[in-house]
Design a protein around this ligand. Structure first.
Ligand code: ATP
Ligand code: MG
Length: 234
């Protein structure tokens, strides 16, 4: 996309948040709705992400969960991230069997460094007020939300669902620090945890080890067909 085309694109009113349009109607008929947002680099997406989103959906009666892969993750600039197109495609392949899940290219289309506050603002402007936004994170990611850009605006735009993740415990003091005296509304979910990470999948592929059952079969096929992650972990 040229610089001019990008400016034109950003100035156009957005008519659809979702590539498939599956959940664009949420709340538009006056019915209250609860929308989960699962942000991440998804390099690659794995069953830890999927189980985390599904259990959050179930526990908090979410009508839908949209997975939004980051464009340039601000906290991961120390390593080479797989192309946005590949990460987006893997997310689509991973969620297609769940009618309550979808993927949005919102952050990728916006371009540049990704900040949750921009995404939440776009979602808030697009959906009517009767749609509540719930940002789903693992216990490791929620620990950083107070350091996100415009964190008090983030706290105002969405509630958080923090899902347990093996290796990352949240002490009472840490929770207090995250919530910042009630500024952030965080719901904690004790989920059936999976000690799986994208880093581990990348490393396994680079060592020619199996990733079968650690991600959806179609994602595994995509990784192997495209030869992703073969050059080793940086
Ligand atoms: P990496 O190892 O590259 O950091 P990751 O597995 O942590 O990858 P991310 O894309 O960084 O995946 O994470 C996206 C979101 O999913 C974060 O909120 C993270 O906490 C959450 N998450 C990832 N894996 C799990 C898991 N196994 N259980 C619970 N939450 C998870
Ligand atoms: Mg991570």
């Amino acid at each position: 996309m040229t610089a001019n085309a990008k400016v034109a694109f950003q100035n156009e009113p957005r008519t659809s948040i979702n590539l498939f349009g599956r959940f664009d109607d949420l709340g538009h008929h006056g019915l209250p709705a609860r929308l989960g947002i699962m942000g991440g680099t998804f390099d690659p997406i794995h069953i830890g992400h999927l189980a985390c989103a599904e259990q959050a959906r179930e526990a908090f009666n979410l009508d839908a969960v949209i997975f939004i892969p980051t464009n340039i993750p601000v906290f991961k600039q120390d390593r080479k991230v797989t192309s946005a197109a590949d990460r987006l495609e893997m997310c689509k392949l991973a969620v297609e069997s769940n009618p309550a899940f979808d993927v949005s290219a919102l952050e990728i289309e916006r371009g540049g460094e990704t900040y949750a506050v921009d995404t939440l603002r776009e979602l808030r402007a697009f959906y009517p007020e009767n749609v509540e936004l719930f940002f789903i994170t693992g216990a490791d990611a929620v620990a950083h939300i107070t350091r996100w850009k415009e964190s008090s605006e983030v706290a105002h735009l969405a509630q958080f669902i923090a899902v347990t993740r093996p290796g990352f415990s949240l002490t009472a003091e840490k929770k207090e620090e995250i919530e910042q005296g009630g500024l952030f509304k965080v719901h904690y979910l004790e989920a059936t945890s999976l000690a799986i990470s994208s880093s581990d999948l990348r490393e396994r592929v680079s060592k020619s080890k199996s990733i079968r059952y650690l991600t959806m079969q179609r994602v595994r096929d995509y990784i192997l067909t495209k030869g992703l992650y073969q050059e080793g972990v940086e």
